[in-house]
Design a protein around this ligand. Structure first.
Ligand code: TTP
Ligand code: MG
Length: 440
């Protein structure tokens, strides 16, 4: 394969698989309630049964036929696809469900467990997505058959469908997994990478979102092949260093190796109120729930913590954080709750639209011992983080969902993903979106 070696490729023989579940939240709902299979199904974040507020987290492929897509306002989705219960005639109607993150996480953990059996090197990048280095475990020979078996195993053992792409680089594998969705598999061998990219629309290149694609079109760059052949200096003038980077991706050059994600630095959970709340008791109840949820999350990850903090967002977007440190690391849900509630006292009389609880200064050493020989700790790792490049839009969606005028922007991958940061912070929004990043 030496002749096919690509400049910028981490290892000339590297074989990377990218696994991405099809319409994941919707698939989970269909798994739980088989009556939903084959139906137009919309899963909304910040959505409640019978309401019109919130934003589309995802939609089944049947619902996508009606033009429904992630991040669209539920109110707009309802215009395209009315709720079944309200319609006289079932035709052209859909079923709407609110997100249930705990359930989706449990399904994701089952999928990730299978992936960890297939390869020792798995990088979980979001709740429904992971890269596997399968250079040693599989190699190029027979890789298509391996992909078929893996997908069949996931479907039969977990009951959800995965699309898989295999390529010599992470970015090409990611594009490949998307190519034949749903229920797709695409293998791009080393000698085929340039040809594979050549005809792709430019916005399918890793790191190119709708905004960049528009700017590229102004430069007559419409396909990934055009981008691959573009003048790197012109791209740099227009987009900075990122211009060179997306050109490299379009050429199939990507020096990254699949590395498992490091331990997170903090764990947090946050939740927004539909409207600002002044009632002290209601705020305390929310903080108690969040504190318990965070402590539980830390427990499952085998993490102790030395600092407990809260985040309090006052209208419109005024974010306050408070934290208290303990003399040493603990794993104590009652303590997380009582500290979080004490920190909340300062805000007892103030209107609040969002609350969060975080534990940080994490210590995983005890967890390692506790889970020696156990599989749990490993497979339940960072499966719940959406890539960092989706943070902004995810946050936007949440903000607007709260205001009932949900957004607009699809998860925007318009900058080169930074999902490969190690030791990142994890935030879970109990309202349904999961985001990476710290409180601030
Ligand atoms: P994706 O993998 O982007 O989407 P998907 O799995 O629903 O559909 P596809 O078949 O195209 O892969 O995201 C995974 C989950 O993340 C998705 O099921 C719901 C959630 N999500 C949001 O909450 N908001 C968003 O804007 C997007 C894109 C995803
Ligand atoms: Mg998916």
């Amino acid at each position: 394969m030496d002749a096919a070696r690509l400049p910028g490729t981490a290892r000339p023989d590297q074989v990377v698989a990218h696994v991405d579940m099809d319409c994941f939240y919707a698939a989970c709902e269909q798994r739980r309630d088989p009556d939903l299979a084959g139906e137009p199904l919309v899963v909304g974040m910040g959505y409640e049964a019978g309401e019109t507020h919130g934003a589309v987290a995802t939609a089944s492929y049947e619902a996508r036929e009606y033009g429904i897509e992630s991040a669209m306002a539920i109110s707009e989705a309802l215009e395209r696809l009315p709720r079944r219960v309200e319609a006289d005639d079932e035709a052209d109607t859909g079923i709407y469900r609110p997100v249930d993150m705990d359930y989706y996480e449990s399904v994701a953990a089952a999928v990730k467990e299978i992936l960890h059996v297939e390869s020792d090197t798995v990088r979980e990048v979001s709740i429904d997505e992971a890269y596997l280095d399968i250079t040693d475990a599989v190699g190029w020979d027979g890789v298509a058959e391996w992909v078929g078996d893996l997908r069949a195993t996931i479907e039969s053992e977990v009951g959800v469908v995965a699309s898989v792409g295999v390529a010599p680089t992470m970015s090409a594998a990611k594009v490949a997994s998307d190519r034949e969705k749903p229920d797709g598999q695409v293998v791009v061998e080393p000698g085929e990478v340039r040809a594979f990219f050549d005809d792709l629309p430019v916005d399918e290149v890793h790191g190119v979102g709708p905004v960049t694609a528009r700017k590229l079109a102004e430069l007559d760059i419409e396909s990934a092949g055009d981008l691959a052949r573009a003048d790197p200096e012109q791209l740099e003038r227009r987009f900075g260093e990122r211009g060179r980077e997306i050109r490299r991706y379009a050429r199939g050059e990507d020096a990254r190796e699949v590395t498992p994600r490091g331990d997170p630095k903090s764990l947090s959970r946050e939740s927004a109120f539909t409207e600002a709340v002044e009632d002290t008791e209601e705020k305390r109840r929310k903080v108690s729930t969040l504190a318990r949820a965070v402590a539980d999350r830390a427990d499952r990850k085998g993490a102790r913590y030395q600092t407990v903090g809260i985040k309090v967002v006052e209208p419109p977007f005024d974010s306050n954080t408070r934290a208290r440190s303990l003399p040493g690391p603990v794993a104590d849900a009652d303590l997380v709750e009582s500290i979080a509630l004490e920190l909340l006292d300062e805000f007892a009389e103030r209107p609040v639209r969002k609350l969060g609880v975080r534990v940080s200064k994490l210590d995983f050493s005890a967890g390692e011992q506790a889970s020696l020989g156990g599989f749990e700790g490993e497979s339940a790792t960072e499966s719940d983080a959406v890539p960092a490049d989706t943070d902004v839009a995810s946050a936007k969606t949440a903000e607007s969902a709260v205001e009932g005028q949900a957004s607009l922007t699809a998860f925007d991958d318009d900058h080169v993903p930074t999902d490969d940061r190690d030791g990142t912070d994890e935030t879970d929004d109990t309202d349904g979106q999961v985001s990476l990043g710290d409180f601030e």
